[in-house]
Design a protein around this ligand. Sequence first.
Ligand code: GTR
Length: 339
Amino acid sequence: MKFNDGRTVSTAAEWQERRSELVELVQHYVYGHLPPAPDKVWAKALSVRNLPDCQANEETLTLVIDSKKQLRMRIAIYRPLGARASPLPTVIREEHALGHTEEVARIMKRGFMFVEFAREDLAPDDPKAESPAQNSYPQYDWATLAVWAWGAMRVVDYLESRDDVDLSRLIVTGHSRGGKAALLAGALDDRFALVAPNGSGCGGAGSFMVKEDGVETLELITRPNRFGYWFHPRLRDFAGREGELPLDQHFLKALVAPRALICTDALGDKWANPRGNRVTSRAAQIAFEREGAGSKNGLHFREGEHDFLPADWDAILDFADWHLRGRRPRNVSRFFLWR
Ligand code: GTR
């Protein structure tokens, strides 16, 4: 709530101005700058079938992104069998490839559509491999997580052309590295009404500055033989001196307000820094309250290890039912463990 030059943010207009500074800071120091939306995104159908076990109709498509560059990314869309014609709230998930249908039945049963996209079609998770997206936009300094986040936004560009998707109720989620990208996408693109990173840790919902023994630190994650390529090279300059960064990950969380956010984590997943997730949620609350959205800053912890489990999905879908469909679940205090 202070501008880069030290002035205090007091009015709503000043908060909007400060938000622009946050957007620039997270791109400059952490992820690199994303290109703007392309002129056009369209789809070529690949396959359609029913999956009776999941009670879903599955469509697979290839998105073609930008009329000149024609980047390609595969997506799969699941719609509950027998759903009424009206548009449905839709969950969009970051995945390295398609076909992770284990959660489809659960999502269908709750009356959501589900879209999975193959983010590695845009940028493989390998610094030595050719990256179609980065090659197509050589003037942008975006790192791999930024490419994947941009991919989630391009899915929305395409969904805007369909009439079975409720565009006012889009949820973006992902696990681990996919959770980091989901949080970035949700912070930068306000078409996502609920942002739900799971187990996203360092470079996601976890703090860079607040870390206990056993967490993945900025120094560890940005090592050249680890995941340096996920981030802008500038981030590594702060290894071991995170306190000098002019930001931490609560900036991303604050950018989600007044939309809804739920960051799910496992208590046994020390590497992903559950304590640092709690601290950034607490720090971001001021932004949610300023926007009159104090109950939309959710956090959920379950027992266990690093994974994306039914308990995480239930927490996310319950939070979605509450904030996107007005169905308040019992026991909402489980969402505010940062308090
Ligand atoms: C780990 C990495 C984490 C997390 C995880 C994953 O190796 O250290 O930051 O991203 O991979 O994506 O599964």
